[in-house]
Design a protein around this ligand. Structure first.
Ligand code: ZN
Length: 690
């Protein structure tokens, strides 16, 4: 564990800036805290609303992520109001929360951490509390007191597991009072508390103790393979592993979805060496069953992961069977566990696994979006490292099933969940958009991203689609978008693009088949090559990607939406557009047959017919503009105006207009509509669908 404190960086910082600096140092190290976990505090002098000086505790707000914490994330509570609580014998969590709300020096501050009393009751100025991996490796063992004593002697006091709240706070304060030489408190199955007279010294005390723990563990792991010999499935070769993983991911999505669209999840696949070693080890079963490391870990990973039992992980059908069996078994065990410990009136949360481990393949994490699946994956990787450490010094032990139930259904933790941003129209959906680098495809990508969809953007222009993906990830958060080079006429590339969606996000819900070209020329002069090229891109291209998409969507079992971007020319062709119009008509007919063949699977297939979209369009090449202007007997510069005047509404049609129609078909707004054409052309009577 690195001591990240830099005299240079800390120089000149104010008290509060130092506190924020400390939060960032701690948050930067995943071996200290996971997203939203841990807390720090500082006792300082503040003025109350009447200008009177008062002792205050600046403590991290509930659920705030250390690595991105700001000064405003540290509400100040009046110590004079808080300290008398120490005389009480007990207090419920609700009463503590209510009481603390009244102690805030600034009304409307964020809710202070539920561990606030623990910080307040300790006399030292600066307190640090984390869920450090190395400490958990020592404390999540069969005989934690003995192990801790061996590592730290009398410098660390062990406090038995108890849920955070009034009693734990009091017990920690009493332990410190009765052990004046102690430098830290190890909270069993929870974490570490250290203190100091300055922000720097409490941080350094924390790092020192963790280093001692790490050295101790390291000595015991040296020269031995962490989880013993591989007794389950050896990992497949990367290429084969990913092929199987992509094929079974939609099955996992189906199995772990609960009922309606809001119960759908996205997946994240991880086949890094540490995961493969763990899932293939003979100890994995026992360790998985022993349960999550702390209540904090449990909230993301649930009490246990699902470890699937396969006899042959190279066989897709066999892995699917094992997944079906495994998820059913998990659900049943979860339900039983819930019923055994539930209080009257308590409602069961989602009974499906958040972590799915398949020997030979790797790990999937499930969640409502890529942020959640990434956090859960990080936490489970960490769990594995903690279990490895615990296993090296003793036997890994975790919370009892009863304590685990209290932790998952603890109202204070459920409160944290309520802080999550609200869901959007395409939340939990995965969309693949072809021809996404420019014009209509790009506008649809932007619109869908704003509605919370996870996106696979494909185009022959890889640089274009890569740049768009990077930009959207910048705007909406890392990992929401991914770019694939994809020529829609290439069968293998098309299969790879859809496979990429399954591997990256677990499957597919929406296909926007948009890529197209617009060759021109009257039929008497048209080259065969031009004609065939148009059919390849504008007809076959749609067939290939739709075929792949439908297979994945059917496997998921909860329906989906296919959106085809066609053209007004399908219903009202014009001269010089023979190759284009004929191929696009095939696209529309394809879309309708897809609607007929897939209705029983809940898959809708609809068509958008735009007209004369110029902005950012790849279709309107300089040649086409020149050629069209000539055909209409106008100047090239008058072209857009000409098309505008031609429609009933005299409207310029923009890519954003088309994106609105695509969103309508992609979302539940059109849940009862399939095989339909929606025009986005400003009104062209000869192109009215009939
Ligand atoms: Zn904690």
């Amino acid at each position: 564990m690195e001591n990240r404190w830099s005299e240079q960086d800390a120089a000149g910082l104010s008290e509060v800036e130092l506190l924020v600096y400390q939060a960032h140092l701690i948050g930067a190290d995943p071996a200290l805290v996971t997203s939203g976990g841990g807390n720090i505090s500082l006792k300082a002098t503040r003025s109350d609303f009447r200008g009177r000086e008062t002792r205050a505790l600046l403590v991290k707000g509930s659920g705030v992520d250390m690595k991105s914490a700001q000064a405003r994330d540290f509400p100040a509570v009046g110590l004079e109001d808080v300290l008398p609580l120490f005389e009480r014998s007990d207090m419920s969590d609700e009463d503590v929360v209510d009481y603390l709300a009244r102690c805030l020096l600034e009304p409307g501050s964020p809710r202070p951490s539920i561990e606030t009393l623990l910080h307040a009751f300790l006399p030292q100025a600066s307190i640090v509390h984390t869920h450090a991996d190395a400490i958990l490796s020592l404390s999540n063992t069969h005989r934690p007191e003995k192990v801790l004593k061996e590592v730290f002697g009398n410098t660390v006091v062990a406090v038995p597991y108890r849920r955070p709240g009034f009693l734990l706070s009091k017990e920690v304060a009493e332990a410190v009072l009765t052990h004046p030489k102690a430098k830290g408190v190890a909270l069993l199955n929870h974490g570490l508390v250290t203190w100091g007279s300055t922000i720097q010294s409490s941080y350094e005390a924390h790092i020192d103790l963790i280093c001692q723990a790490e050295e101790y563990i390291q000595k015991r792991t040296m020269g031995r393979s962490v989880f013993g010999v591989t007794t389950a499935q050896a990992a497949l070769e990367p290429e084969q592993r990913r092929t199987v993983a992509a094929a079974v991911a939609p099955t996992i999505r189906r199995l772990v979805a609960s009922g309606n669209a809001r119960g759908r999840v996205v997946l994240r696949f991880d086949d890094s060496p540490v995961i493969l070693e763990f899932v293939g080890s003979g100890k994995a079963r026992d360790l998985v069953e022993a349960g999550a490391v702390t209540p904090d870990h449990l909230l993301n990973t649930k009490r246990t992961a699902l470890l699937v039992e396969t006899t042959d992980s190279s066989n897709v059908a066999e892995v699917r069977r094992a997944l079906e069996e495994g998820v059913a078994r998990y659900e049943q065990a979860y339900t039983q566990w819930f019923r055994r410990h539930a209080k009257a009136g308590q409602e069961m949360l989602d009974p499906h696994p958040r972590v799915v481990l398949v020997p030979g393949l790797g790990m999937w994490t499930t969640g409502r979006d890529v942020r959640a699946t990434t956090v859960t994956a990080d936490i489970y990787r960490q769990t594995i490292s903690i279990m490895a450490g615990a296993d090296a010094v003793d036997r890994y032990v975790s919370l009892s099933p009863e304590e685990a139930h209290k932790a998952e259904y603890w109202p204070q933790e459920l409160y944290k969940l309520s802080l999550l941003p609200p869901e959007r129209e395409l939340s939990r959906r995965i969309a693949l958009i072809t021809g996404a680098a420019h014009g209509i495809g790009q506008a649809i990508a932007r619109r869908f991203a704003a509605e919370g969809a996870h996106l696979v953007l494909t185009d022959v222009d890889y640089e274009g689609v890569e740049a768009l993906s990077a930009q959207l990830n910048e705007e909406h958060g890392a990992g929401w978008c991914t770019a694939v080079r994809h020529d829609v006429t290439n069968e293998a590339e098309t299969a790879a693009a859809v496979r990429h969606a399954a591997l990256t996000y677990g499957g597919l819900d929406i296909l926007v088949s948009n890529a197209g070209i617009a060759p021109t020329g009257t039929l008497d002069e048209l080259e065969l090559e031009e004609w065939e090229r148009s059919l390849q891109v504008n007809a076959t291209g749609h067939f290939l990607v739709a075929r792949e998409a439908v297979r994945v969507i059917r496997e998921q079992g909860f329906g989906g939406s296919l959106v085809f971007i066609a053209t007004k020319n399908v219903l009202a062709p014009g001269r010089g557009f023979g190759a284009y119009s004929a191929a696009k008509s095939a696209e529309v007919q394809l879309a309708r047959v897809l609607a007929i063949e897939n209705g029983s699977y809940g898959i809708r297939s609809n068509i958008v017919n735009p007209d004369a979209v110029f902005q950012g369009s790849g279709l309107w090449s300089p040649e086409l503009r020149r050629e069209r202007a000539e055909a209409h007997g106008i100047a090239e510069s008058e072209l857009e105006e000409f098309y505008r005047r031609r429609n009933l509404l005299q409207a310029y049609i923009t890519p954003t207009d088309v994106a609105q129609a695509a969103l309508f078909f992609a979302s539940d707004r059109s849940a009862k509509t399939t095989g339909c054409i929606l025009t986005v052309d400003g009104g062209v009577p000869e192109a009215f669908p009939r």
